[in-house]
Design a protein around this ligand. Sequence first.
Ligand SMILES: *[C@@H]1O[C@H](CO)[C@@H](O)[C@H](O)[C@H]1NC(C)=O
Length: 220
Amino acid sequence: MKINYVLLQLFLCIITVLNYVQPDPDPLQDYCVAETRNTRNLFHNGQPCINPDLAIASHFATSALSKSGSTGNQFGFNVTLTNINNLPGLNTQGLVMGRIDIAANGLIPPHSHPRASEVTILLKGSLLVGFVDTTNRLYTQQLRPGDSFVFPKGLIHFLYNIDPVNAALAVSGLSSQNPGAQISSMATFVSKPPIPDEILKKGFKINNQDVMRIRRNLGG
Ligand SMILES: *[C@@H]1O[C@H](CO)[C@@H](O)[C@H](O)[C@H]1NC(C)=O
């Protein structure tokens, strides 16, 4: 009886761990070119596919990452992602690619991707990158062109262009077709509706003025 109970616990534990490390589900066919029209009222995990007989090569190609995004925003960065609209052939394949443009001294502020690990290669410029693990240990590295860095799934990370003159260009692969992105400062201080001041004051050990100033600085 006792042994059975222990085995059951162990079994449940393994199942939990397996579920936890599971990436997007594997495709059940060669491909599933996204059917992006007329599915507005249909919700399920992923997008339905077109008839495979109707698939053409251009469903698997895109120029979406050929141009730099505008970096004229408050942090000086722009991430352009492939997605099922500009690259319908990636539906169900469990990945996307991102083009990352960062202006001189621009920053992609601490953020996380709840559904994806990320690997980045720096093509131009120089970046200081890093992530913090769940014990609050920081791992940071300075990248030169050609260097890669991996950001483990869900962990808070940043990319900073340390060059005061030149823009940086990097490319990332992410292990989900819908990685999601949450910028820590924005999620905390300019959510809609806002998190009550009392929570932010207590959580960050700051006063009313601090809360107001940070909100204003972040455009909230
Ligand atoms: C990124 O660049 C595109 C194209 O220039 C622009 O439309 C978009 O607003 C930019 N995004 C941000 C966050 O600045």
